[in-house]
Design a binder for this molecule. Structure first.
Ligand code: F6P
Length: 322
């Protein structure tokens, strides 16, 4: 049976470009004659029936806005069998036969669970600043987050230089070091700590001492939150070096702000592609981009695979840090 009415929701941590994705899903669906419903606050809003029709006008003026106009939430009830059954019944009540889910792997899993107990078709769009979803080179929001963190690091470097200081800067990335690696390389960090690579603070110390002896008085160390806490690294180094150290946690500022052109274009292309895949009859897929081409992978795949980081970039970064 063809798709007639699609629901769109954002779930999990927000990321810049989610609005551009909502807009693209809604406008492409309307272009193809479908009806569109916006489901607020993710699966929590589905269970509370916070569901409203969307028009091409209601998604106007949002392509440049960070966050998500549909809001986002975590929902424990939805993870229970009763919650799932309730969600399926509400989809049936509203005649929603397809869902576009913008978020991380957990959000897409929720869609797959629903599709097991009701005839809804599901298409996922990767939305997280962490860029840790397999099946796509980029997730919506990563590029903006990297540029936001980079702007902050560039500013901190000015102070680091002026005051002969070492700054340990913690960026987001609970499980993976994509943001840390990218921003560390772009910001000329003297060291980058990521969860994928075991590190030894004693080695870092040696490196710092060496560069101090070479006359380098300021440095930037970028740490992914999943690898270490900036404060702990700072304390350890402070005990053993003559440097003046400071720790800085960039935190949630990395999730906000107006999306970059890259994220807007990515989100728009993925939104349109998601609708095309649904209209062709596909379901339980995530759309993404690999090697510059739009791709679709089974959502199951993203739950079994793990996205690997390009460790050559880490080597390049350390080559630049001499
Ligand atoms: O969006 C993912 C992420 O940015 C992680 O890197 C971070 O650990 C997490 O969100 C924090 O999110 P919250 O404060 O919403 O739990």
């Amino acid at each position: 049976m063809g798709v007639k009415r699609i629901g769109v929701l954002t779930s999990g941590g927000d990321s810049p470009g989610m609005n551009a994705a909502i807009r693209a899903v809604a406008r492409c669906a309307i272009y193809h004659g479908l009806e569109v419903y916006g489901i607020k606050r993710g699966f929590a809003g589905l269970l509370n029936e916070e569901i409203e029709p969307m028009t091409s006008l209601s998604v106007g003026g949002i392509i440049n806005r960070g966050g998500t106009i549909l809001r986002s939430a975590r929902c424990e009830e939805f993870k229970t069998p009763e919650g799932l059954l309730k969600g399926a019944a509400i989809l049936d009540k509203y005649g929603i036969d397809a869902l576009a889910i913008i978020g991380g792997d957990g959000s897409m899993r929720g869609g797959v669970e629903l599709s097991r107990i009701c005839p809804v078709k599901v298409m996922g769009l990767p939305g997280t600043i962490d860029n840790d979803i397999p099946g796509t080179d980029y997730s919506i929001g990563f590029d903006t987050a990297v540029n936001t963190a980079l702007e902050a690091i560039d500013k901190v470097r000015d102070t680091a230089y002026s005051h002969d200081r070492v700054f340990v800067i913690e960026v987001m990335g609970r499980h993976k070091g994509f943001i840390a690696l990218e921003v560390g390389l772009a910001g000329g960090a003297e060291a980058i700590l990521i969860p994928e690579v075991p590190y030894d603070l004693a080695n870092l110390l040696d490196k710092l001492r060496e560069s101090y002896e070479h006359g380098k008085r300021s440095s930037i160390i970028v740490v992914a939150e999943g690898a270490a806490r900036a404060e702990d690294v700072k304390k350890f180094l402070q005990e053993h070096t003559p440097y003046h150290l400071r720790a800085l946690v960039l935190g949630h500022m990395q999730r906000g702000g107006s999306p970059t052109a890259f994220d807007r274009v990515l989100a728009t292309q993925l939104g349109v592609f998601a609708i095309q895949r649904l209209l062709e009859g596909h379901t339980n897929e995530m759309v993404g981009v690999e090697g510059g081409r739009l791709v679709a992978v089974p959502i199951e795949y993203i739950h079994t695979a793990s996205k690997t980081i390009d460790l050559r970039k880490l080597e390049v970064a350390s080559m630049m840090a001499i």
